[in-house]
Design a protein around this ligand. Structure first.
Ligand code: SAM
Length: 223
């Protein structure tokens, strides 16, 4: 899979993509991530990517030209790239979307800054995604979250296939409670059932607990 991220702060991605699972996925050749600096596609001395809004108002707006040229560059390398625009108002990102994206060959994620994009940038997008109903200072943190959730679903990225099968949102359920040693920690004991060695009963208990959590945390909006 190829992932292109368009940003004016490419340095922000170095540590997140240079560690642990995403790093290993790149080393194994399962994903190639290219962070494209939108400023490289400006033509003025100050490498401006923003300008004042027509009609007045607070803040600056991201200019369309450098973003279009950065996307021309991405498309020259990957003509069928699926393009995502990050906005607070887009479709809220969920596990289903991560699964869908993990099956694509090539995606581009455009990160906004300032007061957002010139409206004509929307034309570039196949879809608009939001990390949630809050406003971030820029799309970079949202892009990191989307890439992380997506890359770990690419076959071969996680060592243990079972860990994906039992994870939250698989089969519409939130994962059951987990415990490790010590058996009693600050007066809180591991439930006896998990120490019983009775695998059938443990499985039933986990299913029940997963259902309880799902009812508690997943409202109608989550499906
Ligand atoms: N003025 C915009 C508004 O009211 O909708 C907010 C712009 S925000 C400060 C700058 C950029 O951060 C946005 O263009 C978008 O790319 C990104 N961003 C902010 N919140 C986001 C969210 N919840 N999900 C995804 N991207 C977000």
């Amino acid at each position: 899979m190829e992932i292109y991220i368009l940003s004016i702060f490419p340095g922000m991605f170095e540590s997140v993509f240079g560690e642990t699972i995403i790093k290993r996925a790149q080393e194994k050749g399962l994903v190639r991530i290219e962070v494209v600096d939108i400023r490289d596609f400006t033509h003025d001395r100050h490498r401006m990517t923003d300008d004042y809004p027509y009609g007045g108002g607070a803040g600056m707006v991201m200019k369309p030209e450098p973003i279009y040229e950065a996307m021309d560059y991405v498309k020259s390398k990957s003509p069928d790239v699926h393009t995502i625009l990050l906005t607070p108002a887009g479709e809220v990102f969920k596990q289903e979307k991560a699964k869908e994206l993990s099956k694509r060959e090539s995606i581009a994620i455009i990160c906004g800054r300032y007061e957002g994009f010139d409206e004509r940038v929307r034309v570039l997008a196949d879809e608009e995604i939001s990390l949630g109903r809050f406003v971030l200072s820029g799309g970079e943190i949202a892009a990191m979250a989307i890439v992380d959730a997506t890359v770990r679903l690419i076959p071969g990225v996680l060592g243990n296939k079972e860990s994906l099968k039992e994870e939250s949102f698989e089969n519409g359920l939130i994962e059951y409670p987990q415990y490790t040693r010590p058996r009693v920690f600050r007066g809180m004991a591991v439930p006896d059932i998990l120490l019983s060695g009775n695998h059938k009963k443990i499985k039933e208990w986990r299913e029940q607990e997963a259902k309880k959590r799902t009812i508690k945390w997943m409202g109608e909006e989550d499906g």
